[in-house]
Design a protein around this ligand. Structure first.
Ligand code: NAD
Length: 270
């Protein structure tokens, strides 16, 4: 049902347990680059290749510079109308004794900053860091050390010395508890999700009676299987994306276009 706003509105206004799955596309209009497609390069690197344990093991300074750049962008960005409409709709649900939860692959924190309360961050968060020392495992919830400002913003693919990290190894972020090297609290490609977080997401997804899937290319597992698993149960899924995807044919609703426009309209909040 392409762009069946009325049909969707009837469902969303009566659903008891709404789950919203979000990916990088919901933050694109806040100016945060997505990983795939245009804007997916940082300096000369594919973002996907820096968000990996191998990259961090071989060149932690380079990976930290990439994350300093991402932190700089995310912390200076503002939630857009898509984030805000989800937060507003959650409040409306609460008053009506209904639930809306967000399960996000994003690490930018914009759902929380928009005022959403029930948010499962599947892949970690840019505001957090964790210790690399296996016996410490400390997680800083709000890592506030200053970002090296001169370089934070240089995500420029044409930068000549792209291979030369600028932060000295000795100046890399340290665990505040034990002094070991700290790393971004992010689930990198090839790493496992926190089992408790995954279980929480699976419970929400398994118990929903309506699912929205917004701005994800649905290629990163396990998040990619959530919406198809809901559709297989016969529960309606509504996709909001610029593009169509192969999995889409099972979904009940499609709202093509920029989600900061389509989502507030679909929720009746514009
Ligand atoms: P992705 O980059 O693979 O795909 C983005 C999707 O959003 C695409 O399907 C694109 O068509 C769609 N899109 C782009 N702009 C849109 C808009 N304005 N409205 C609607 N749809 C739009 O993102 P992904 O599927 O989330 O996977 C990327 C992985 O990288 C995730 O694991 C995530 O943790 C991480 N990541 C996070 C952020 C962030 O926190 N903002 C940014 C980049 C990557």
């Amino acid at each position: 049902n392409y762009e069946d706003y009325e049909g969707f509105k009837r469902l969303v206004d009566t659903a008891k347990n709404i789950v919203v799955l979000t990916g990088a596309g919901i933050s694109a209009e806040s100016g945060i680059p997505v990983f795939r497609g245009a804007g997916g390069l940082w300096r000369k690197y594919k973002s996907e290749n820096l968000a990996s344990p191998d990259a961090f093991a071989s060149n932690p300074a380079l990976v930290w510079e990439f994350y300093n750049y991402r932190r700089h962008i995310a912390f200076n960005a503002s939630p857009n109308k898509a984030h805000i409409s989800l937060a507003d709709y959650e409040k409306k649900c609460k008053k009506e004794n209904r639930n809306l939860s967000i399960v996000t692959q994003n690490v930018d924190g914009l759902h929380l900053r928009a005022g959403s309360e029930k948010v499962v961050e599947l892949h970690g968060a840019l505001r957090k860091v964790s210790c690399t020392n296996g016996t410490c495992e400390n997680v800083e919830e709000n890592y506030d050390d200053p970002i090296v400002p001169a370089f934070a913003n240089r995500g420029d693919a044409s930068l000549d010395q792209a291979d030369l990290p600028v932060i000295d190894r000795k100046d890399l972020p340290k665990c505040k508890k034990c002094g070991s090297l700290a790393r971004p609290y992010i689930v990198w490609f090839g790493e496992m999700l926190d089992p408790d977080v995954l279980e929480e997401a699976q419970l929400l997804v398994g118990g929903c009676d309506l699912c929205l899937v917004i701005g994800t290319s649905s290629v990163v597992y396990p998040a990619a299987m959530f919406a198809p698993s809901v559709a297989q149960r016969g529960v309606p899924v509504a996709e909001f994306n610029l593009e169509e995807h192969p999995a889409d044919s099972d979904f009940a609703f499609h709202f093509p276009g920029l989600c900061a426009t389509t989502l507030p309209k679909a929720l009746g909040l514009q």
